[in-house]
Every structure is written in structure tokens, then in C-alpha cells.
Write a protein that binds this ligand. Structure first.
Ligand code: PLP
Length: 370
């Protein structure tokens, strides 16, 4: 018998898997690397999970609602803008939704477009599908390349807005300029929209080729429960429903998500706190450290560290990353692209966590002076 892996399809055999951020299992880390929420979810979430489980977990015998119907209705109501449950598809995280979109709209003959840098899962999903890509590069200003996207021949274009890992948001007026001439599906991945000034949901009613993708992993502190969703024209939702697993969102996740969406007051407090911490940290990086830092409309900060000699660059960013890591502060470094290699991405944590981060940067500067 030859190596059974040689039986795999060629494009699968040469696949590069997505690299998730590290999830250390031992305690003592200041974890600012995967944009999770530093605060717990609404207390209503744990209550809803206990209610769903009951004393003996008997409800787990039964399959969940296959379409997550109550959750679809709650999501539509949460957003308003004339949306109904028919405009919503729920996924096992928004990664599930992105995968469904690639499956439904991308092949060798129908390219998936995306920008560089942006969310690095898109090319992995396209590779799994053996599809073609259409890549549009930013320059350091990180302004939306409206004309190039509008002229793209991609069947579906994935735009992360606000963008990751830069934190830079794109205005609805720019999205509308793209939509005015782009003939494909424009997928706006709004994982960080709750931290932004604007979002694309109000554009949905006028643009049947627009899909907005959201997640409860970041602002709703539910990364572990895996719920995300698409908002789109009912015909698009119908296509996603044909492609998805029939029970793609489990009972506990549906119950948790419903409870979270019902506690608007709690989450607006969480988001305001994170934004206040973020804005204070960005100002400090810019004014006190004089590190080039993008204005963030997310729950993370993209900054270009300078060493004690005032130098920046990929080696400096790597040195800062390594020093932080050695002191159990975990952030993210993206060395594989020229526009990201000299930067670090810092998730906005609690004020205490940001204090630890700051003190560790100070210690790094002192150590590199010696
Ligand atoms: C975190 C993130 C996601 C993934 O969200 P899940 O719902 O946890 O799968 C999708 N897109 C972007 C841009 C993200 O940052």
C-alpha cells in the first residue's frame, strides 16, 4: 500500500493551512493576540446555557433548529433597516459563512477577490476549493483602492472592513462607489463593526449584490461558542442554505447567541470601555512613543515599534515580539507581507492588561539600549 495521503486531490496535498493565533493552556499570559474580548459575555448567556441544558442535559438528545430560525429572526430585528429572517443565514462562526460563500461563488473560472493585507483565511478557503484568486494590494496609506476593486473581474470580492490587521475602516461612501460599478458579489466582512463609526448594513436594501458578514466572537465575547452570520438578499441566503450543513449551529450556541443579542445595554458598555482603552493607547503610542500607528476602528491596534535607537522595521518588530513573548505577553506579528512585517497587532485588553503591555515595551526599550 503506498502512502494513503498520495490519494488526496493534488490541490489538497499542497494546501497551506490557516495559522490561528496561539492559545496557551498554562496561566500567567497576558493574551493580546487573537482579538478576543477581555470582558466576559453578558450574564444572560450563562443563564441561557443552564436553561438549555436543564438538570440532565436531556435537550441534547434532540437536533437543534436546523435553520437557527429564532436566532435569524432576532438578528434581523437587532439590525432593523427593514431586514427580516429571510435576509439572515447563521453559521458556526463567521468562518463557516465565509466558507459557504467561497463554496457557492468560487472556482477556477470564478475568482475570489481580496485585498492584501486582509483576513488571511480567504486564500486558504479558496485553495481548499481549488479556485482562482484576484488579489489587490494596499499601499502604506491603507486607503480603499476603490477603482481597482470596482474594475475587478472577481465573482465575489471579500473586503474586511474595518480591515485586519490594520484596524482601518472604509467609509460607506467608498463602498457605494465600488458597488456602483462592481458586477460581482461584494462581501464586507464586518467582524469589528461594533467598534467602528459606520457599517454597511444600511446599504443592503439598495444593493442586492452586497453581503455583510458578522461574528459574535469579538464584541460579544463569544469566540468559544462559534456563531457568525450573513446579511444579504433572500436569494443569496437561499444559496447559502443549500450549501451549508443542515445542523451547522448547535443548540447551546443558538441559545447563547439569542441571549447575547438580547442584552444590548451590557454590550454597549463593553464596547464603549474597549474603545476608550483603545483610543487612549493609540494616542500614547503616537504622542509619547512616536510609533507610527494606524487610527483603529476595531478592538486591536496596529503599531510600528521603534527600538531605543529610533529604528523600525521587520527585525525590530520581531525583536519586540520575542521580548514580549519571553515576558509572557502575547501579541501578533505578521512577517510575511512588506506592509505588515514591521508592525505588531495588539488586541485591546483591559486597562490592567494594557499597563502590563506598556511596561513590557518599556523594559524592551531599556534592554535594547544596554
Ligand atoms: C475573527 C474574524 C473572523 C472569524 O470570526 P469567527 O466568527 O470567530 O469565525 C472573521 N473575519 C475577520 C476579519 C476576523 O477578524
Amino acid at each position: 500500500m503506498p502512502d494513503p495521503s498520495s490519494l488526496a486531490l493534488p490541490h489538497i496535498a499542497k494546501l497551506h493551512a490557516y495559522t490561528p493565533g496561539l492559545q496557551p493552556t498554562e496561566s500567567g499570559w497576558t493574551k493580546l493576540n487573537t482579538n478576543e474580548c477581555p470582558y466576559p459575555p453578558s450574564p444572560r448567556v450563562a443563564e441561557a446555557l443552564r436553561r438549555e441544558l436543564g438538570d440532565d442535559g436531556a435537550s441534547l438528545r434532540l437536533y437543534p433548529n436546523p435553520k437557527s430560525s429564532p436566532l435569524r429572526a432576532a438578528i434581523a430585528q437587532h439590525h432593523g433597516e427593514g431586514l427580516t429572517a429571510d435576509h439572515v443565514c447563521v453559521g458556526n462562526g463567521s468562518d463557516d459563512i465565509l466558507n459557504l460563500l467561497i463554496r457557492a461563488f468560487c472556482t477556477q473560472a470564478a475568482a475570489a477577490g481580496y485585498t492584501l493585507p486582509s483576513y488571511s483565511l480567504y486564500p486558504v478557503l479558496v485553495e481548499i476549493q481549488d479556485g482562482a484568486t484576484n488579489v489587490i494590494e494596499f499601499d502604506r496609506a491603507m486607503r480603499l483602492p476603490v477603482e481597482r476593486i470596482a474594475a475587478s473581474t472577481a465573482r465575489a470580492f471579500f473586503l474586511t472592513s474595518p480591515n485586519a490587521p490594520t484596524g482601518v475602516a472604509f467609509a460607506n461612501t467608498d463602498l457605494e462607489r465600488v458597488l456602483a460599478s462592481f458586477r460581482g458579489l461584494l462581501v464586507v466582512d464586518e467582524a469589528y463593526a461594533p467598534f467602528a463609526r459606520e457599517n454597511a448594513v444600511p446599504l443592503l436594501s439598495r444593493h442586492p449584490n452586497l453581503v455583510v458578514v458578522r461574528t459574535l466572537s469579538k464584541a460579544y465575547a463569544l469566540a468559544g461558542i462559534r456563531v457568525g452570520y450573513a446579511l444579504a438578499h433572500p436569494e443569496i441566503i437561499g444559496l447559502l442554505d443549500r450549501v451549508r450543513d443542515s445542523y451547522n449551529v448547535n443548540r447551546l450556541s443558538q441559545a447563547a447567541a439569542l441571549a447575547a443579542l438580547g442584552d444590548h445595554a451590557y454590550y454597549s458598555g463593553v464596547v464603549e470601555k474597549i474603545k476608550a482603552t483603545r483610543d487612549r493607547c493609540v494616542r500614547d503610542l503616537i504622542t509619547r512613543r512616536a510609533w507610527f500607528t494606524y487610527e483603529s476602528e476595531t478592538n486591536f491596534i496596529f503599531t510600528e515599534p521603534k527600538n531605543a535607537r529610533g529604528e523600525s522595521g521587520p527585525a525590530v518588530a520581531k525583536a519586540a515580539y520575542d521580548f514580549l513573548f519571553a515576558h509572557k505577553v502575547l501579541v501578533r506579528h505578521f512577517p510575511s507581507h512588506a506592509l505588515t512585517a514591521s508592525f505588531l497587532r495588539l488586541t485591546v485588553g483591559t486597562d490592567d492588561e494594557m499597563l502590563v503591555l506598556n511596561e513590557t515595551f518599556d523594559a524592551w526599550l531599556k534592554s535594547s539600549k544596554a
